[in-house]
Design a protein around this ligand. Sequence first.
Ligand code: NAD
Ligand code: DAU
Length: 350
Amino acid sequence: MKNMLVTGGCGFIGTNFVRYLLEESDFEGRVVNVDALTYAGNPENLSDIEKVFPERYVFVKGDICDKEGMAHVFDDYEIDTICHFAAESHVDRSIVSPDAFIRTNIVGTFNLLELARKQQGGLELFHHISTDEVFGSLGKDGYFTEETPYRPNSPYSASKASSDHLVRAYHETYGLPVTISNCSNNYGPYQFPEKLLPLMILNALEGKQLPVYGDGLNVRDWLYVRDHCTAIWKIMKNGKRGDTYNIGGNTEMENIRIVEMVCDILDDLPLPKRDHSRRELITFVKDRPGHDRRYAIDFTKLRRELGWVPEESLETGIRKTIQWYLENQEWVNRVQSGEYQSWIEAHYGK
Ligand code: NAD
Ligand code: DAU
């Protein structure tokens, strides 16, 4: 693996993965980060990386749906490995306007697969990042395994399911060396504050309402983003080509409990005093249509075959995440005010 194309590297997980690869892992090659810089992409996340690793990190503003542009990237940088994060990722947005989800998640993935196929011989691996949402919803018991049938319930998860099928089919039909990982809800540094955890942390700090959908008893399995990165890298290095691996945090929790945890941790920190507990900010709001009730991941295969286990517990992970948001107020301000987008326009045009 000499020249790795990372798509969507300016998003939440992509940023953490690029940092992990260059700062912590034993990867010795070059990272070529292609990102279209949608509302979710922030190149400032990696501006220090650009300075510290000028020979090993390249950023290209590009759209994975642009066939010609992506063909140049493959040629110019002699891409031999792909780690594909780029996607529209937010379920609520997919309910309001699904178009971009179909375009990027399905057509964009198809474009990359076609280019990868033409790079055959020179291509070592196409690793596709997917989600546990493709499996649909669990009842009270049971876990998603790699054998669970697909049953996506939102335009987002249906588009991810579609891309997973394409990746698998390119392995079966053309022998493309692929691996796929399906992981649970990530959280940690650099997450855009539309997702549950950063939204609750920042609203609670600002004394704003904490909107909990429905009865708050939907369950998610929370995965600290650095644990996700170590799992991806293990799969890329040693995973069986053509195989799928589930990645989870072993941390099933009802949404309402997560929000209460955030409130309690913040109440205990030496922050400006409030008269009441932050729990009083919790507000139950109208439920999300098609809201999956429960996700829980069985990652036995990843543990058994590749020896991976998550390091963070929910308590340590949430504390680290809160600390990161407290220490990175400048990042928060620029994201919340939209200043990061003005910076992008000034540097890269509209
Ligand atoms: P994100 O929304 O934070 O980042 C997505 C990135 O992709 C952004 O930088 C965006 O600019 C870029 N992008 C969007 N459309 C593009 C296009 N057409 N061409 C090039 N770049 C484009 O998402 P994330 O949370 O970091 O998720 C990354 C991947 O992981 C996605 O594939 C997502 O489905 C998957 N995933 C996420 C989670 C999670 O909890 N966040 C869990 C499971 C799987
Ligand atoms: O499971 C993996 C998926 O996790 C990823 O594939 C998606 O890209 C990622 O966005 C995430 O999807 P969710 O819909 O689970 O994440 P979200 O943060 O939007 O919501 C988490 C839970 O919290 C969900 O049950 C809905 C609820 N929620 C969310 C928001 C934003 C609320 O109750 N209130 C909120 O304001």
